[in-house]
Write a protein that binds this ligand. Structure first.
Ligand code: AP5
Length: 265
């Protein structure tokens, strides 16, 4: 499948590549940070990957280790849909069909969230950006509001690569706790008691968009609108590619390495 071939392609960029884009925020010297810096200033962490690649699973573990918030645009949108807000009403029609919500709606929502105080030292973007337009918007926002006024640490951009069959297995087997948000999988990470959250005993739910029909549309939207983003970040150098087909602990170890080794966008 094209999306997987392209996502699994070799990492472009690298330390010597030249950044010609608006997202090239800082000098090369400023882009090299130490592990000690990471402990105090995590900066923006951008998680890319197809639906089901494990962004949410890894974001929660990264949040625990570094103490910066997970900002999942999918979770925020689902919360708005659940509460019946104006944003939720507009987003629902797109989400039910597996399509992306229009950039302007999502970008306004992300701007509101990033301006909150808990994002001062860093944050994890899970599911954003998802189009080149969103990435360009984010680059401008980070430059004008984040780097110059708050924490001057450049982003880490990680792409989790997963094969097609594994994606389908992960999406169809996913169950989520509606209370604490913990993510399970009936095949790979089942709860101790069937359909019941290990943490708070809530009955686990299946996401509405994890039906086979909607999954197919989400994967098409990924291929069409989000894959170009991989090249967008590759061209800037510093995109971190992680083989995320393996067990979660292995993926987590690689993600931590990518965050701490100092090679940033
Ligand atoms: P969103 O909620 O972001 O969904 P998604 O991108 O499709 O990603 P998922 O949440 O499905 O997967 P994930 O990568 O987080 O995987 P997870 O960790 O859960 O978006 C939903 C919708 O909202 C979109 O379709 C769109 O309409 C809208 N939207 C959101 N953001 C938008 C944006 N920026 N612009 C426009 N529209 C937007 O893992 C999946 C399963 O695999 C779990 O069961 C887990 O237990 C299991 N698993 C994870 N890792 C492993 C592993 N290593 N081995 C085995 N199993 C694993």
């Amino acid at each position: 499948m094209d999306l997987l071939r392209a996502a699994a392609g070799s990492a472009g960029g690298g330390p010597g590549s030249r950044c010609r884009d608006v997202a090239c925020y800082l000098s090369r010297e400023a882009r090299t940070i130490t592990i000690a810096d990471v402990k105090t200033k995590v900066g923006p962490l951008i998680l890319l990957g197809a639906p089901g690649a494990g962004k949410g699973t890894q974001a929660k573990l990264i949040m625990q280790r570094y103490g910066v918030p997970q900002i999942s645009t999918g979770d925020i949108l689902r919360d708005n849909v659940g509460r019946g807000t104006e944003l939720g009403k507009k987003a629902k029609a797109f989400m039910d069909k597996g399509e992306l919500v229009p950039d302007d709606l999502v970008c306004d929502m992300v701007a509101d969230r990033l301006r909150q105080a808990d994002c001062e030292q860093g944050f994890i973007l899970d599911g954003f950006p998802r189009t080149v337009g969103q990435a360009e918007w984010l680059a401008r926002l980070l430059k004008s509001e984040f780097f110059e006024k708050r924490c001057g640490v450049p982003p880490v951009v990680v792409n989790f690569r997963v094969g097609y069959n594994q994606l389908l297995r992960r999406l169809t087997g996913r169950r989520t706790c509606p209370t604490c948000g913990r993510i399970y999988n009936v095949y790979s990470q089942p709860p101790r008691v069937a359909d019941t959250c290990d943490v708070d005993g809530s009955k686990l739910v299946t996401r509405k968009d994890d039906s086979e029909e909607v999954i197919a549309e989400r994967l098409k939207a990924y291929e069409r609108q989000t894959l170009p983003l991989i090249d967008y970040y590759r061209r800037q150098g510093g995109l971190r590619e992680i083989d995320a087909d393996g067990p979660p602990e292995q993926v987590t170890a690689e993600a931590f390495r990518a965050i701490e080794d100092g090679h940033r966008l």
